[in-house]
Design a protein around this ligand. Structure first.
Ligand code: GLN
Length: 491
């Protein structure tokens, strides 16, 4: 009965498990077989946890059987559902390389809160997915363990940094996967791989056990086939965590559309997101999706987020500054790689020199410079001030509209190596995703069609703080009347 199980969405798979149509072991096996078949080419997973996954699946099946015997309906929400986890999130007993040589042999002894909540709800972890080193990048080309290939066109990148998770879900090597988004790393790979990718509101999901990159920007998110699946995961993994002081104790409940109609929903279309450099095909796809939302009853109005153009320079000061501080802990003593030397300072230097790749070193240098005495006010201090203006832009616009609709990326998936020699070109990939992180607001990317080369186009929706569910509800309404999200790449 395992034929075709990988075609089920997470929601469908859970319904099948509950109805006893197949077992979690069968479902998990189906995914492990696909991983075995396709991962050597795609390189979506860095670590496949076949044995522990099958054990967890068998335990889930026992629980289902027991519940059936005792006729008790109370079962954990995600019992027996396989998932993949980005390799920057700690799972006890599994490697957490963060795509870096410096953590090549690091196996954490603890589990990230987001992942633990999913485990408590019964998920089966298939393995850890590829990422740009320490989540710095937009293509997974910065991974020390090789690039991930986009399942829609294997000569192209899947986006990044959560490219391994995106490729895994798109290629049906997992029903859903966790990613992280510091500047776009869930939404951009979702766009490139035709998925629904949710960047949660900052403070909604615990960062405990997420290896820190830019602590004021980092968020845990989901890569899923549709909005309903992303919602399932968010519901379980979100919420207050005493181990992360930035999580909120009570998530405010914002109004959201129910069912098919979007009547009364006001959508802001920011002119700063439709600029030179945006591909005509992406623009057309996004505008068509907005028309579709209007056909469902929403009203689209032009809005302006005047400080958008500063998001890129501001992000590329703040994120490296925070990264330079966060990455100081990788010193050859506490974790991973050590290049033994008689002299301590020499050991630090050589270990970091050998362990970090070029992009990480570049960011540590930029960040240390921006934070150094004499430059702090001019760079970091100034960037923080402009960040406040970017956030205020959103606050102002969300007084007038319920959500914002815009492109996720300037283009569809680019070729592997296309930005190889120019880091600035790569940074430009993030123009449309960075502002949400600087403001802390939630963002959801959904597939809104395909370009002339059959590559997915992403529509990005943004909402005010804690409007995560509102975005998911709008996307669910859109996905009721469109079927872009149902397309799968032919492998
Ligand atoms: N591409 C952006 C960067 O390189 C964002 C990465 C992320 O969201 N983790 O920093």
């Amino acid at each position: 009965m395992s034929a075709g199980l990988h075609e089920l969405s997470a929601k469908q798979a859970l319904a099948g498990l509950r109805a006893g149509k197949f077992s979690s072991v069968e479902l998990t096996r189906a995914y492990l077989e696909r991983i075995e078949q396709h991962n050597p080419r795609l390189n979506a997973y860095l670590h496949v946890a076949a044995e522990s996954a099958l054990q967890a699946a068998a335990a889930a099946d026992k629980q289902y059987a027991k519940a059936k015997r005792s006729k008790s309906a109370k079962l954990p929400a995600l019992l027996g559902l396989p998932i993949a986890v980005k390799d920057v999130l700690a799972v006890a007993g599994m490697p957490a390389t963060c795509g870096s040589r410096i953590l090549e042999n690091f196996v954490p002894s603890y589990t990230a809160t987001s992942v633990q909540r999913l485990l408590d709800a019964g998920v089966v972890i298939l393995g850890k997915t590829n990422t740009d080193e320490f989540a710095m990048g937009s293509s997974t080309e910065n991974s020390a363990y090789g690039v991930t290939h986009n399942p829609w066109d294997e000569t192209r990148v899947p986006g990044g940094s959560s490219g391994g998770s995106a490729a895994a879900v798109a290629a049906r090597l997992a029903p859903v996967a966790l990613g992280t988004d510091t500047g776009g790393s869930v939404r951009q790979p979702a766009a490139f791989c035709g998925l629904s990718g949710l960047k949660t509101t900052y403070g909604r999901v615990s960062r405990y056990g997420l290896v820190a990159f830019g602590s004021s920007l980092d968020t845990v998110g989901v890569l899923a086939r549709d909005a309903a699946d992303a919602g399932l995961i968010l519901k379980v993994m979100g919420g207050y965590d005493p181990r992360d002081a930035t999580t909120v104790e009570k998530t405010p409940k914002l109004e959201k559309p129910s069912g098919k109609s979007l009547k009364g929903l006001r959508i802001g279309v920011p002119k700063e997101y439709f600029i030179d450099g945006l591909s005509a095909e992406v623009e057309n796809g996004v505008r068509e999706a907005i028309r579709q939302l209007e056909a469902l009853g929403a009203k689209a109005v032009p809005v302006s987020l005047p400080h958008t153009e500063y998001a890129l320079p501001v992000y590329y000061i703040i994120a490296p500054a925070e990264a330079s501080a966060n990455l100081a802990r990788f010193d050859g003593v506490r974790y991973g790689l050590r290049v033994a030397q008689d002299d301590l300072i020499e050991m630090f230097k050589r270990s970091r020199g050998a362990g970090f790749g070029p992009e990480v070193k570049r960011r540590i240098m930029i960040g240390s410079y921006a934070l150094s005495a004499g430059y702090y006010d001019a760079y970091y201090g100034q960037a923080q001030k402009v960040r406040a203006l970017i956030r205020r832009d959103f606050d102002n616009v969300f007084k007038k509209v319920d959500i914002i609709a815009a492109p996720s990326t300037p283009s569809t998936a680019f070729r592997i190596g296309a930005h190889g020699n120019d880091p600035l070109e790569m940074y430009l990939e993030d123009v449309f995703t960075l502002p949400a992180n600087l403001a802390g607001v939630p963002g959801l990317c959904v597939c809104a069609g395909f370009d002339g080369q059959s590559l997915p186009i992403g529509l990005q929706m943004l909402g005010p703080h804690f409007a995560d569910e509102r975005l998911l509800a709008v996307a669910a309404a859109y996905q009721k009347v469109t079927d872009w999200h149902k397309q799968a790449p032919a492998l």
